[in-house]
Design a protein around this ligand. Structure first.
Ligand code: C2E
Ligand code: CA
Ligand code: CA
Length: 646
């Protein structure tokens, strides 16, 4: 066995060491064999027959070894077909045979050797043994055996010869054999451990490289994925998407903006932990629907983006439908009563934008507009949306300076007691005239909400309403003013304190400021809503539920907060001849049990007014009584009404 304790890599290494020294060894052996044979037989003019046989054997042997070495160099050492053990055995066999051949020479021709010949022979053999210690250090057994075979037999022979001179040479030879065996052993051991060390270092280096690679991968993963859902994050998505766009600028694709509907409700009613689970599950479902090549990311909160390639538009719609269906499908693990749905806005490249900023904005706009019309559907961006988007952007820019430019004003619409026709309050409604054009509140309020302007605007409205309330209270004490408040205003943690400051400044009693909140906010962000409403009620403000009947009926929430006023949406008044009446009936009945005031909105005819009064609706509002009026007419109107009622 040439090696012990060496693994295959180390064995290859030691074989390489053996072969790397081989050619010089073979060359020296060849030269020396010729010298030895010819130098001493030159006197006889011709070499002996025996010696020529020996020389032929030696030459054949050395030639075979030289071929073996060349063969070795031609073999790919890293190939799996390179068997280190086979080469090692072959090399060692070659070496041992060479040593035997030398030994044979010494023994065979000893009887005919002169003293000088004997001395030269033992000197040469010693020199070979000395050289082999290093040259054969790749294999310990070969190195040791080589020295022994070379020197020991001949030295023995000489030691026990009758001639003193030879005996001395023999003893010296034996002593040198012992030294060479020890030296070869040491040298091989040293090489052995050097190989091992080198290999260990390499393994260590590999291990370190692997670790560095793993860390790099980990860092890449962490910085590129959303920790909750494991989808790409914003930055990584944009990076990948931009690269794809740069690589294939000709290839059309679509960007899907997926926004969950009713996710806030889940978060609020079931807690953030469940909310997180739902997001994870949605992300998993999105990944399942998308194939591997599609980029998808969590854009933020409950928004996801998908970059989808497609051939035909029908194919794209089919894919978006699949996404909607998989998101909306019930889940067996969490049996929510209401599972989330999603609305998808789609922008297509290159029609709807040539860069990702534009495409994302377009997809977002398409999604946002779809949400306003009907949630849970798909909407592809189009030119009319583009016009809307441009107009919205323009309006949002102008709205920023609308307060300073004095282009905003409040108009007031009375709310009357149905039995006495006495005005009990006025609803303040915001108006905006921009370069001579009246912009509808439904339009600009939505823009103000979308562009984060509603908080400031809302505070201005409350301030103006309070100014009016103070003025009117001189004509009719306890008259109330109602203001419309957007759910986004309620999200401002300072909202209550800001409102409180305003009413205190204008000496308005909080109960005379009615805060109208649209019923749909119950569904959107229940927790924020409840907290703000409770805080407002604690300060004595009146809470009015606007457009009742159009949003999610959340009777339990109403019970919870004990609302003060419910305003029945005008669609029920307009449809009183159909189903409207029975619904109004039900609301009136509920009002007496839950103790809230009912206001019917959009009363346009005397018949409507009479019917509503008969049913028991206590307060009425609508064009029949008055359209919203300019601030300058309110005093006169109130005076006139009070005169008529008295
Ligand atoms: P809203 O709070 O439901 O306001 C009532 C709307 O119905 C007003 O429209 C009013 O002019 C209209 N209206 C009143 N009586 C009748 C009627 O007999 N028939 C018909 N067809 N309509 C009637 P307007 O002023 O265009 O306001 C639209 C919406 O804009 C409001 O709906 C409200 O949600 C929002 N809004 C108005 N002012 C503000 C404000 O200052 N802040 C906030 N956040 N929203 C506001
Ligand atoms: Ca209102
Ligand atoms: Ca309303």
């Amino acid at each position: 066995m040439p090696y012990k304790n060496l693994n295959s890599e180390e064995r290859r290494e030691s074989v390489k060491i053996l072969y790397s020294n081989a050619i010089s060894g073979i060359a020296i052996s060849t030269v020396v064999s010729f010298i030895l044979v010819f130098a001493f037989d030159l006197n006889n003019q011709k070499i002996s027959y025996e010696k020529s046989i020996w020389l032929s054997i030696m030459v054949v042997l050395l030639a075979a070894r030289a071929i073996d070495v060349m063969w070795f160099y031609k073999t790919k050492k890293d190939s799996p077909l390179f068997y280190a053990d086979t080469y090692s055995k072959r090399f060692s066999t070659g070496c041992i045979l060479t040593a035997l051949s030398w030994c044979g020479y010494a023994l065979w021709f000893h009887s005919t050797s002169s003293a000088i010949e004997t001395t030269t022979t033992i000197a040469i053999l010693s020199a070979f043994a000395g050289g082999s210690a290093n040259l054969l250090s790749g294999s310990r057994v070969t190195a040791v055996l080589y020295s022994i075979i070379l020197l020991a037999p001949y030295s023995f022979l000489l030691t026990f010869s009758n001639e003193n001179y030879n005996s001395v040479l023999g003893i010296l030879g034996l002593a040198f054999t012992a030294i060479m065996v020890a030296s070869s052993y040491k040298s091989a051991t040293f090489t052995h451990s050097a190989i091992k060390l080198k290999n260990q270092n390499r393994e260590l280096l590999n291990e370190m490289e692997n670790k560095v690679e793993q860390r790099t991968e980990e860092i890449y993963r962490l910085s590129n994925t959303d920790p909750l859902t494991n989808l790409l994050n914003r930055t990584a998505f944009l990076k990948n998407a931009n690269r794809q766009l740069a690589d294939n600028p000709q290839e059309p694709f679509a960007l899907l903006f997926v926004d969950l509907d009713g996710f806030k409700q889940i978060n609020d009613s079931l807690g953030h932990k469940v909310g997180d689970k739902v997001l994870k599950e949605i992300a998993r479902r999105i990944s399942n629907v998308c194939n591997q090549q599609l980029f998808k990311c969590r854009w933020g909160g409950d928004e996801f983006l998908i970059l989808a390639t497609y051939q035909k538009q029908a194919e794209l719609i089919e894919f978006a439908d699949k996404v909607l269906q998989s998101i909306g499908a019930e889940h067996e693990t969490y049996k929510y009563q209401k599972w989330v749905s999603a609305t998808i806005g789609i922008a297509m490249y290159p029609e709807h934008g040539s860069d990702f900023n534009t495409l994302i904005r377009s997809a977002d706009t398409a999604m946002y507009h779809q949400k306003r019309i009907a949630k849970g559907n798909i909407n592809i961006y189009n030119d009319s949306l583009k016009l809307i988007q441009e107009r919205e952007y323009l309006l949002s820019q102008r709205l920023v300076s609308a307060i300073e430019e004095n282009s905003l004003r409040l108009v007031f619409q009375p709310i009357v007691d149905s039995k006495t026709s006495k005005v009990t309050s006025f609803e303040s409604l915001l108006r905006w005239q921009l370069d001579g054009e009246n912009i509808f509140p439904d339009e600009f309020i939505a823009i103000a909400e979308q562009y984060g302007l509603i908080t400031e605007l809302g505070i201005w409205v409350i301030e103006q309403a309070c100014i009016q309330a103070t003025k009117l209270s001189h004509l009719q004490p306890q008259i109330a003013i109602s203001v419309n408040v957007s759910v986004i205003q309620l999200q401002d943690p300072d909202f209550v304190s800001k409102v409180l400051k305003i009413v205190n400044r204008h000496r308005v009693e909080p109960k005379n400021l009615h805060i109208e909140i649209t019923e749909s906010v119950f569904a959107e962000d229940k927790l924020t809503f409840l907290t703000a409403v409770k805080a407002l009620q604690k300060q004595g403000f009146c809470i009015s539920i606007d457009d009742f009947g159009t949003g999610y009926s959340s009777l339990s929430s109403m019970l919870d907060i004990g609302v003060d006023i419910v305003k029945i949406d005008r669609s029920f008044i307009q449809n009183m001849d159909k189903r409207g009446l029975s619904i109004i009936h039900a609301i009136v009945q509920m009002a007496s049990t839950l103790d809230f005031t009912v206001v019917a909105e959009g009363v346009e005819t005397i018949e409507q007014a009479n019917t509503l009064t008969k049913i028991g609706v206590s307060h009425l509002q609508g064009y029949y009584f008055s359209k919203p009026m300019e601030v300058g007419f309110v005093d006169a109107y109130l005076n006139e009404q009070n005169k008529q009622c008295s």
